[in-house]
Design a protein around this ligand. Structure first.
Ligand code: R5P
Length: 293
């Protein structure tokens, strides 16, 4: 019996780093498509009784990447593994963790139920969007904070003020700023639940550096960062940088942020893209090691 890891196509690099850090074998994952577009998944290299860790980010295309993870779990169960954990570097559908408007689907609950129904009996989620989104899991669920990895990356970039672009993200900004020994501040944001439009106003942002680093859990359309960057520019910051753990960067996000005066954009490898500047492998490895090895 051995602990092994299987990395899906959206997390091959992070999966390889994790295998290396944990000194565990990485097994073969074949993922292809039938002519009509349906997904085919096969795992090779795990045997009955193995403890298997799956890793697959549920980034865009979310439905496809979720289906791959569900099929990886189904394949693992078919091989007779004795335990099945999943590391989800980016958990899609977690923002809809409430029915904000009558008649809405509760996608965070749906994805949790699906993953469990396929046999996953332990889950690690990097920087989950909210506690509520994890409350739908009944199997042990471990949030992984990559704040150390983020701090290590930002430390090399010099002095700044860390700014949360939303009051809900103040604890993250405070934590990150403490690790960097710099000040933190925040912008107050409200979102129109029907139009998706964002309204922001400056909160408390100390001017103890000429550089402001906006840090969010995720950047999607870039709308949140754009509003905050405009406010910080008006407040007199000379340089504005923006980053997040999960870089979704939908549509024209990069262009919109650049036009709003953001001079540097960064994200982690929970979603592998050209904006990936640092890895969360160390934090994930520590968490998996603590719970499984
Ligand atoms: C919202 O609660 C999140 O923390 C992010 O602020 C949000 O998802 C970013 O989205 P966008 O880039 O589209 O404004």
């Amino acid at each position: 019996m051995a602990v092994k890891i299987a990395a899906g196509p959206s997390s091959t690099s992070l999966g390889a780093s994790l295998a290396q850090r944990l000194h565990i074998e990485m097994i073969e994952v074949t993922c292809k498509h039938f002519p009509d577009g349906e997904t085919y998944v096969r795992l090779e290299g795990a045997t009955k009784g193995d403890e298997l860790v799956l890793i697959q980010s549920l980034c865009s295309p979310q439905a496809e990447n979720s289906m791959v993870l569900l099929q990886m779990a189904s394949a693992a169960v078919g091989l007779g593994v004795s335990s099945l954990a999943a590391v989800v570097p980016y958990m899609a559908y977690s923002r809809q963790d409430k029915r904000f408007l009558p008649g809405e689907a509760l996608s965070a609950e749906l994805i949790a139920r699906d993953l469990e129904a396929c046999g996953i009996n332990r889950i690690f989620v990097v920087e989950p969007h909210s506690e509520e989104s994890l409350s739908f899991f009944s199997v042990p669920c471990h949030p992984v904070s990559p704040v150390e990895d983020t701090a290590e990356f930002l430390r090399s970039r010099g002095d700044c003020v860390v700014v949360a672009p939303d009051e809900k993200r103040i604890p993250d900004a405070k934590d990150l700023a403490a690790k960097l020994s710099v000040d933190y501040g925040w912008v107050q944001k409200s979102r129109d639940r029907t139009t998706g439009g964002v309204r922001s106003e400056i909160g408390n942002v100390p001017r103890t550096s000429r550089v402001a680093v906006l840090f969010d859990d995720m950047i999607s359309s870039g709308g949140t960062v754009v509003k905050a960057a405009e406010l910080l520019k008006s407040a007199g910051f000379e340089k504005i940088e923006a980053g997040c753990v999960h870089g979704l960067f939908a549509h024209e996000a990069e262009q919109r942020m650049t036009e709003a005066g953001v001079s540097f954009i960064f994200a982690s490898d929970t979603i592998e893209s050209k904006f990936t500047r640092y890895s969360v492998a160390r934090s994930v490895a520590e968490s998996v090691k603590k719970e499984l090895l």
